[in-house]
Design a protein around this ligand. Structure first.
Ligand code: PLP
Length: 413
């Protein structure tokens, strides 16, 4: 008799985006002739750059003849690409070996899968609010306990609140935890950890034999040179951290799919030898994954050519100019806005202490703009709202103009 994985039943309903879609549909039915302006979703909109297109064509071209055709590649990824990534990190003063990089089909799959190399009795700490996969993957594997609807929390997870008082980056836990998920620059808050803040976590992890899972998917959005772009800029991080990254937001690979995880040989868990976690992740990938697409890996190699890097940086600059436009518009209304300086997300405090969903309705009703209620990312997101700078410039300008012209604010935020 087959039985399901009952932990799936424990997942809190995938409520956020379906609910946004439902409210948007209802609004359009009730307001025929109005169109929506979407600042809600973290999906890229601008085309791939010329170098990447050429790289992808090269990849396809190689498949067209017997001499250059390749079938399955290495599960860990093309060795040229792993070497290229190691060299890119070396350019930032971080020494990692190519065999510590594992190429994948994206940061979300890696963020979800990485927990499988850790025991089920690990205590997991997550930022609150957080990108949902860190919580959900641990719910599915059975580490989270039951969901308390009133509190909006799982009983066995350790939540690290991110709020205005701590600049949306959490304090080091005061209790003992084993696996710590951190995301910087952060989705949804747009906050970026300083080197001192990351050092606090690295020190904590080393003294508690904990492991940090560090999602750096938005690292390329950091322009402030004092902010770390990889956790491995922090001394000792190679003994206590795994980093996950991707080309989705740097180079518009959201639909193309390419990411990587760095599992250093020096990484240690309480009961592991040096090299063992690297070997476990290797084993996991060889067992469940058959390698990233060879065509896409050619595209990724093109990203890291000098022209490719320059083009991707231009793409980032385009979205960051959008962020500036959104921020300026919101600030001119007296709204309290966070993020958007070194991250593509803006996190605003709802005016007049409105709930996140009430503000969603108000913004939609008055301005036809769609955003994302902060409460959808965790209980500490209540009273906040996320706007995304991924969009065509003209749409961003239209949305900001509509907010400035039509949003009715009784009191200053
Ligand atoms: N990590 C964070 C924090 C994200 O916000 C996203 C996408 O929005 C991802 C990972 C997904 O990355 P990928 O497209 O590489 O799977």
């Amino acid at each position: 008799m087959a039985r399901i994985n009952e932990h799936y039943r424990t997942l809190s309903a995938g409520y956020l985006f379906p609910e946004i879609a439902r409210r948007s549909r209802t609004f359009l039915e009730e307001h025929p002739g109005r169109s929506l302006m979407k600042l809600g979703i973290g999906n890229t909109t601008e085309p791939l750059t010329p170098s990447v297109i050429a790289g992808l064509h090269r990849g396809v071209g190689k498949l067209a003849s017997r001499d250059s055709y390749s079938g399955y590649g290495d599960e860990q990824g093309n060795s040229d690409l792993r070497e290229t990534l190691a060299a890119y990190y070396a350019g930032r003063g971080v020494k990692l070996k190519a065999n510590e990089f594992f190429i994948s089909d994206g940061a979300k799959p890696d963020s979800g899968n990485i927990q499988s190399i850790f025991g089920l009795d690990n205590i997991v700490a997550v930022q609150d609010p957080a990108y949902p996969v860190y919580v959900d993957s641990n719910v599915i594997s059975g580490r989270a306990g039951s969901f308390n609807r009133e509190e909006g929390r799982y009983g066995k997870l350790h939540y690290m609140p991110c709020n205005e008082e701590n600049g949306f980056f959490p304090e080091v836990p005061k209790v003992k935890v084993d696996l710590i998920y951190l995301c910087s620059p952060n989705n949804p808050t747009g906050a970026v950890a300083t080197a001192d803040q990351l050092k606090g976590f690295v020190d904590y992890a080393r003294s508690n034999k904990a492991v940090i899972i560090y999602d750096a998917s938005y690292a390329e959005y950091i322009s402030d040179p004092s902010l770390p772009r990889t956790i491995f800029e922090i001394e000792g991080a190679e003994t206590c951290a795994i980093e996950i990254n991707s080309l989705s937001k740097f180079s518009g690979f959201t639909g193309v799919r390419l990411g990587w995880s760095i599992v250093p040989e020096a990484l240690l868990a309480e009961d592991s030898e040096p090299g063992e976690l690297n070997a476990l992740w290797n084993r996991r990938q060889c067992t469940f994954f058959n390698g990233a697409s060879n065509v896409v890996q050619e595209g990724a190699l093109a990203v890291f050519s000098p022209e490719g890097i320059a083009e991707s940086r231009q793409l980032v600059a385009y979205y960051m100019e959008n962020a500036r436009i959104i921020r300026e518009g919101l600030v001119s209304l007296g709204l309290k806005v966070f993020g958007g300086d070194n991250a593509p997300y803006l996190w605003l405090r709802t005016p007049g202490k409105m709930s996140s969903w009430d503000f969603f309705d108000k913004l939609l009703e008055e301005t036809s703009v769609i955003g994302t209620p902060g409460s959808g990312f965790g209980p500490a997101g209540e009273g906040y709202f996320r706007l995304s700078s991924f969009g065509h410039r003209e749409d961003i300008i239209r949305a900001v103009e509509s907010i400035k012209a039509n949003l009715k604010l009784q009191e200053k935020a």
